[in-house]
Design a protein around this ligand. Structure first.
Ligand code: UD1
Length: 333
């Protein structure tokens, strides 16, 4: 059985991908330091799949411990999700973000080269597109211009490091997956997004308003050049996103290959709020406030490359994501 090392496998996107890997018949080792997730996720993954991944509570900055894992296991591929991911936190802790995200990745590369593990899938982000003239993002666009925060730059720098590593090591197959805006959770409601502290992203904020933990949602600006003036994003159901990783794993090729994982469409912040209200039957109080510095008006994926080359496309809607979120909330009040 092919064994995959999943870093950050107890986190939001990592845990959903582990479910899809186990369902597809792969063997999974998870390494996670639990800095923004819980060990109980492992039991939930087992409950969903009937299979148990092996869990190592380790920090990727601990190179000798990581090396030990590579010495005792023969990995078919590494999926690298682990990383610090809060935009606002990255602005007050830039050193921690660059050190953690970049050194972790370098440690993984070192182990892969030394132990001849040749396949890597990296969790990148639409944030690498920075500021563009067009809201639709294509993989061929120049990246790195106008990224507004250290978190986003760590994603961009890691992409560039991986391109250099690939040029010097042509035996490697590296896939960069650029995620758009993941929402929702597994339909069982057993696993989902549970960020520590104050969330930045829209769906975790809506959830906290629905739970009465935050009184009002702040809508950051209604004067963008979009149909209703609020920001438009490509919201992708996390289960579709997770399945994109399995498709990518099955189509790995030498060199660096880059794919957008998005739906190819966009919904506005108000549309997301109204859909949540309609499906939940619950009012989400909101107020329009100033634009959030660094935000863009509209951003969505051109997903033609992933559709054509990976044979993958999204199947779920934002309504599905909201229904699944409500199931998660029912189990996690
Ligand atoms: C953000 C990050 C991006 C990161 C991604 C992870 C920025 C500029 N970009 O993307 O680097 O990869 O999260 O998922 O921060 N909104 C509100 N009220 C809120 C929260 C958000 O109106 O309380 C709006 C935003 O203005 C935006 C939309 O909702 O129009 C989506 O915001 P968010 O979920 O934070 O994602 P992005 O900004 O797209």
């Amino acid at each position: 059985m092919k064994k995959i090392l999943v870093t950050g496998g107890t986190g939001f996107i990592g845990s959903h991908t582990v479910v899809e890997l186990l369902n597809a018949g792969y063997d999974v080792d998870i390494i996670d330091n639990l800095c923004n997730s819980k060990a109980s996720v492992i039991d939930k993954i087992s409950e969903i799949t009937g299979k148990k991944p092996t869990f190592y509570q380790q920090d990727l900055l601990n190179q000798p411990a990581l090396d030990q894992l590579f010495q005792t296991n023969k990995y078919y591929a590494v999926m690298h999700f682990a990383g610090l991911k809060s935009v606002s936190e990255s602005q007050v802790k830039p050193y921690e973000y660059h050190h953690n995200n970049i050194v972790s990745t370098l440690n993984i590369i070192k182990c892969m080269l030394e132990h001849k593990v040749n396949r890597l899938i990296f969790s990148s982000s639409a944030t690498v597109y920075g500021t563009q003239d067009s809201p639709e993002c294509f993989e061929s666009m120049v990246t790195g211009q106008g990224i507004t925060n250290p978190y986003g730059r760590t994603k961009y720098f890691i992409e560039e490091i991986l391109k250099d590593v690939s040029a010097g090591h042509p035996e490697l197959s590296i896939t960069l997956l650029r995620y758009f805006n993941p929402i929702g959770n597994h339909p069982s409601g057993l696993i989902g997004e549970d960020p520590n502290g104050i969330p930045n992203n829209i769906m975790p904020v809506i959830i906290r308003v629905a739970q009465g933990k935050i009184a009002k949602l702040k809508v950051f600006g209604n004067d963008y050049d979009t149909p209703d003036g609020t920001g438009q994003r490509d919201f992708i159901h996390v289960v579709d996103l997770a399945k994109g990783h399995i498709a990518a794993l099955k189509h790995m090729q030498k060199g660096v290959n880059i794919y957008n994982l998005g739906t190819g469409t966009a919904n506005s912040v108000l549309e997301l709020i109204y859909s949540f209200e309609r499906i939940s039957g619950q009012k989400i109080p909101y107020e329009i406030v100033d634009r959030r510095p660094g935000d863009l008006g509209a951003v969505w994926a051109n997903s033609a490359k992933a559709n054509a080359e990976l044979g993958w496309r999204t199947q779920l809607t934002i309504e599905d994501a909201i229904t699944d979120t409500l199931q998660y909330l029912k189990l996690h009040q």
